[in-house]
Design a binder for this molecule. Structure first.
Ligand code: MD3
Ligand code: FE
Length: 214
C-alpha cells in the first residue's frame, strides 16, 4: 500500500470514481445540529411534493435554503430566488452548512467550494428517486456535496449515459459524498427506502445537496 492510499484512509476518504469520493461518517458528530437546522428551514419553507414537467408528483418531499432554491412544475425545472410556495426568499444557508460543504469538498480535492443553494430531500419508507442527471447549475466546475441523515438508503450511480451499468452504495446517517470533475454529470438515483427508524429523524431520511447554482 503506498503512502497516498494510507493518507486517504486516515482522512476517511474512499474514492468512488474519478472526481467522486465518499467521506464515511464525516457529518455524524454534527447530526443533531444539522437535523435541528433542517427543522428551522422547513418551518419557514415547508417540505412539498414537487410536480415534474411531465406532470408527475414526486414521492420525495423537497425544500431548499440559500440564495437560490429548487423548483419544478409543468413549466420546467429551475432555480428560483424566492420560494414559490411562500413568496418569500428561501431561508439563508446556515453557517454550519456552508462550513461542512466547504470542508468536505476540500478534502475531496475541490478547495474553495462556496455553495449558494442547498436542496433538502425528505424520504419516507417506500419513496425513491429515479435515475437522473443534475444539469441546471450554472457553475459546471463546482462539485455537488451530499449529506445523508436519518435512516439508510441505497444510492445508485452509473455513468454519463442512462444505459451505463449502475453501482449501488449504502448511505447511512452522517455519510458525505462529493461529486465533481468527471463524475459531476453521472446518472444517479435512490432505491425505494426500506422501513427503519432513526433516533434523530424517526422513519425518515433527509438528504442535503450543496450546489453552486448561480
Ligand atoms: C452525483 N439527491 O437532489 S444525493 C438530488 O439522496 C439527488 O436525495 C439524492 O440526486 C438524494 O438531485 C442523491 C447524491 C448526489 C446528488 C447529486 C449528484 C449525487 C450526485 C449530482 C451529480 C452526480
Ligand atoms: Fe440528483
Amino acid at each position: 500500500m503506498d503512502l497516498f492510499d494510507e493518507q486517504e484512509r486516515e482522512a476517511g476518504l474512499q474514492p468512488l470514481a474519478p472526481g467522486a469520493a465518499l467521506l464515511r461518517g464525516h457529518a455524524r458528530s454534527r447530526g443533531d445540529a444539522l437535523v435541528a437546522a433542517v427543522h428551522d428551514i422547513a418551518a419557514a419553507s415547508p417540505f412539498r411534493h414537487l410536480v415534474t414537467p411531465g406532470g408527475h408528483r414526486m414521492s420525495v418531499a423537497t425544500t431548499s435554503c440559500g440564495t437560490l432554491g429548487w423548483h419544478s412544475d409543468e413549466g420546467g425545472y429551475r432555480y428560483t430566488a424566492r420560494d414559490p410556495h411562500t413568496g418569500h426568499p428561501w431561508p439563508a444557508l446556515p453557517e454550519l452548512f456552508v462550513a461542512l460543504a466547504r470542508d468536505a469538498a476540500e478534502r475531496a480535492g475541490f478547495p474553495g467550494f462556496v455553495p449558494d443553494a442547498c436542496l433538502i430531500n425528505r424520504y419516507q419508507p417506500g419513496t425513491r428517486l429515479t435515475l437522473h442527471q443534475d444539469r441546471n447549475e450554472r457553475d459546471e466546475c463546482a462539485p455537488i456535496v451530499s449529506v445523508s441523515l436519518g435512516i439508510p438508503a441505497t444510492f445508485l450511480f452509473g455513468g454519463l449515459q442512462r444505459s451505463d451499468p449502475v453501482r449501488r452504495l449504502r448511505l447511512v446517517h452522517g455519510d458525505v459524498v462529493v461529486w465533481g470533475g468527471p463524475s459531476r454529470f453521472v446518472f444517479h438515483g435512490v432505491q425505494p427506502l426500506m422501513h427503519a427508524e432513526h433516533p434523530l429523524t424517526g422513519a425518515c431520511r433527509i438528504n442535503l445537496t450543496f450546489r453552486r447554482a448561480g
